[in-house]
Design a protein around this ligand. Structure first.
Ligand SMILES: [Zn+2]
Length: 396
């Protein structure tokens, strides 16, 4: 067509890849809800770092690829130019109000479904139903194993009844119309992935529960971190019949990074193979190549590069390309791991689409694959793998 711009011509493989990726729906399989509102610069900046602390005196977390990507991606959604600075951005966000800002940003993400982990600081964020309403899309829950265990003990279970009470509560989480579609373990945070991979016996679990409850009584701290109990929760998750997500790699300073290397799960992955439960390695960065190897060689292992997509800014395509070096396309999923700021939900989705198009483009220009094939790969990675692995009903 004479009116077609050069960038949209059929021969431009970058545009073709982009079109194929844009047509693919996204399911964000690991994400959190949003804050109802943000009214202070410091509160906004807290979500641009895993540090949990303000930037060094006189500095700003906006001075990063993440900060630059936020302004570039989100300012136009709030009717501002991309050249907007952080203060102007926040002023406009407050003028619109949290609800309107959330609706605009989440809506612009264009995500088909969110699988939400609401077990971390859930009280600070919009509830799951509220988040679904703001996003205008389907939202399903993921059950966080450690939180279920702590709730069972808070509800009165003792050392002798803990295992049964936990099993019962987990079964309840996974049934009914609001059933969680997967479980999640934060073993990496509570101990490290370097645990004995074997399933503990009932006597060991009872004894560990006794130690945990005695410690909880003395310290007033209910957080479960006993390695035997954490292993028990993992095995209960593996036997629950839904995918089991593991936090791996990048996170806040509560974890020791080298003990969050997914390769440390190799023993567990082997032992769990007969169950065929999908093991979902979350985030993975900077160990995404290790995770890709595991996903490449073990049929029940999958990965994403959530969180890193946002944090590495314009380098997202490089990280995604590294993760796809050894993982086949049917093992990669989309996740933003966005938490708190709807900006992160939007940046995750747009950043991922941008990165995926860049990574898949050589299949057209170098390998001679067709647009249809590239569209099929994009659909697989964007949502098809999640829909298959989590057994999500089609088209909801
Ligand atoms: Zn996460």
């Amino acid at each position: 067509m004479a009116t077609e711009s050069a960038g949209e011509s059929a021969g431009d493989s970058a545009s073709v890849a982009r079109r194929a990726v844009d047509a693919a729906p996204l399911i964000d399989h690991h994400v959190h809800s949003v804050l109802r509102d943000v009214t202070e610069r410091e509160a906004l900046e807290r979500f641009l770092t895993e540090a949990g602390k303000p930037a060094a005196q006189g500095h700003s977390y906006f001075d990063s690829f993440l900060g630059a990507a936020l302004l570039r991606t989100c300012a136009p959604v709030l009717d501002l130019p991309v050249t907007t600075g952080p203060d102007e951005y926040l002023a406009r966000r407050m003028e619109l109000g949290g609800e309107e800002a959330n609706r605009r940003l989440l809506g612009a993400a264009g995500v088909a479904e969110f699988l939400v982990d609401h077990g971390y600081r859930g009280d600070d964020l919009a509830g799951v139903a509220e988040f679904a309403e703001l996003a205008g899309t389907k939202v399903r829950r993921i059950a966080r194993l450690e939180q279920v265990a702590e709730a069972v003990v808070a509800g009165g279970a003792d050392a002798a009844s803990f295992a049964d009470a936990f099993a019962e509560q987990l079964a309840a989480e996974l049934s009914g119309p609001e059933a969680a579609v997967g479980c999640k373990s934060v073993l990496a945070y509570r101990h490290g992935l370097d645990v004995d991979p074997a399933e503990p016996g009932p006597g060991e679990v009872r004894e560990a529960a006794r130690e945990w409850l005695a410690h909880a009584r003395n310290s007033g701290e209910l957080r479960v971190s006993h390695p035997v109990l954490l292993r028990h929760l993992v095995w209960a998750g593996l036997k629950a019949g839904v995918p089991l997500q593991f936090h791996t790699g990048y996170g806040d300073p509560d974890l020791e990074l080298h003990r969050a290397d997914p390769a440390l799960l190799t023993g567990l992955i082997r032992l769990a193979a007969p169950l065929a439960t999908p093991i979902m390695l979350l985030h993975c960065y900077p160990y995404h190549r290790q995770a890709a190897y595991l996903a490449g060689v073990y049929p029940h292992v999958y990965l994403d590069v959530g969180l890193a997509i946002n944090y590495v800014g314009y380098r997202a395509a490089a990280v995604l390309a590294e993760a796809l070096e050894s993982a086949p396309f049917h093992k990669m999923l989309y996740s933003s791991d966005a938490f708190g700021l709807a900006e992160l939900h939007l940046m995750g989705a747009l950043g991922f689409r941008h990165a995926l198009a860049e990574v898949l483009e050589p299949l057209l220009s170098r390998d001679g694959r067709s647009e249809e094939e590239v569209a099929r790969f994009a659909a697989m990675i964007g949502s098809g793998n999640a829909r298959r692995v989590y057994a999500l009903p089609a088209g909801t």
